[in-house]
Design a protein around this ligand. Structure first.
Ligand SMILES: [Mg+2]
Length: 154
């Protein structure tokens, strides 16, 4: 069972920290993530002050649910998003949604859920977040099935 979902910001949920264009389906995506995972955290190269400002605007404009501006923010350093920077999180039960493979920490490839880079011209028909939800659904369902089946095989 997955416990923690780490979300990238730029190119995943919004265009980038400059233009801040929300990706189509953002509100519903965030709400669904919160239903599916006990803990959802922000794991981004954007600093926390900047993230909070961006999040507040997205909430005010109705693109994101209220909890988004107060969500847990991961402090980290280095070249890759090592999931061990998430306090108390077990790597094996953590997933990272990110558009950029270079941020995936060596050895943690299995925890990565790749999302298509949200890029110019920022189409309103973009399906990136919908596709991620399908992947997350498949991953969490597969884990539940494996858990249910394990007693009979033991
Ligand atoms: Mg990104």
């Amino acid at each position: 069972m997955f416990q923690v979902l780490a979300l990238d910001l730029e190119g995943t949920l919004i265009s980038n920290a400059m233009s801040q264009i929300p990706r189509p389906g953002l509100f519903a995506f965030l709400e669904r993530c919160r239903e599916m995972f006990p803990r959802v955290v922000m794991f981004t190269t954007v600093n926390e002050v900047r993230f909070r400002a961006i999040a507040r605007l997205l909430v005010e404009e109705g693109y994101a649910p209220a909890w988004f501006q107060e969500m847990e923010f991961v402090q980290w350093q280095g070249k890759t998003k090592d999931l061990s920077f998430i306090p108390g999180a077990e790597i094996i039960t953590t997933l990272l949604v990110d558009d950029f493979d270079a941020y995936v920490h060596p050895g943690q490839e299995a925890q990565w859920v790749q999302v298509a880079y949200f890029d110019y011209p920022y189409l309103t028909t973009d399906m990136g977040l919908t596709q991620v939800l399908q992947q997350l659904d498949a991953l969490t369902t597969a884990t539940v099935c494996a858990t249910v089946q394990s007693p009979s095989t033991a």
